[in-house]
Design a protein around this ligand. Sequence first.
Ligand SMILES: [Zn+2]
Length: 321
Amino acid sequence: MEDPQPATPVGGVDYPVTFGQFQDWFSTDEACLDYLARVRWPEGFICPKCGSIDHWRTGAGLWMCKACTRRTSVTAGTIFDRTRTPLRTWFAAIWFVTSQKNGVSALGLQAVLGLSSYETAWVWMHKLRRAMVLPDRELLWGTVEVDEAFIGGITRGTAGRGTNKIPVMIAAENLGKSRIGRIRLEPTPPAKLALIDFATRVVTPGSTIKSDGAQELRRLSKLGYDHKYYTQLGSTIPAHVNLPAVHMVASQLKRWMIGTMHYGASQEQFAYYLDEFTFRFNRRTSKSRGQLFNRLMHQAAHTAPHPLKTLVIPENDPDFS
Ligand SMILES: [Zn+2]
């Protein structure tokens, strides 16, 4: 029987479906460079200086413009910029991060890739998380539940386990019959009207927003939304009955934070963990994990590099001590 997948994949079009295929396609750095070039320049190389498309390939992933001789690195301007690690190790990282349903921790990534230091694995996980920030920013629509939940970050200190709860704003499409569509999550900033600002940024006007009736959200009906709310005061109906989608998302998020994270996310990094959770949640019904690989590869190729100094290493991470 003929293999339906091509022997030479086109970046941005073909993606590996199985690990065997991944290994076949990306066995050399050269193959990874070709693939990345197609992801970055789907229409072919265009010189960023003069706009010419005529070019030579020179060594080490450089494209040289025939018109102006400028050399362009295929990794410049991506999260792979200036990496000293072979590109195929990065590709493997993206494969492992996306092929595991619940993701991997930095420790898990270090083990599976055989990285020499935990710090490297930690930085890679955070670079990849930042590439997940870009997921399709189409607004939610239909019937959308909006609420706030408190998620416990677990910290391992000398005094043992403690919890510090972080407020998270959740918007979730309720498709009916206990089905949830797409979600958006953000840590609640310490600002007034944060929840209504969030709701109006992530939900399409004209949608129905369901909430627990927080005072600030009542203005939604004046802003083009059909706002339905349930007041808890004097109600005997528990909140999870009125807002089942947000409560389902909150409980899955709590489980994920505990199950995948080996230490509590610091306040600064928390937003990126929420992005990873959102990235996975919104693609949980993808037929193939390869679709997530494809998506993350695309976003990694279009995400500015994040040098180590811009990543804040958590003080409470015992693995750094
Ligand atoms: Zn040029």
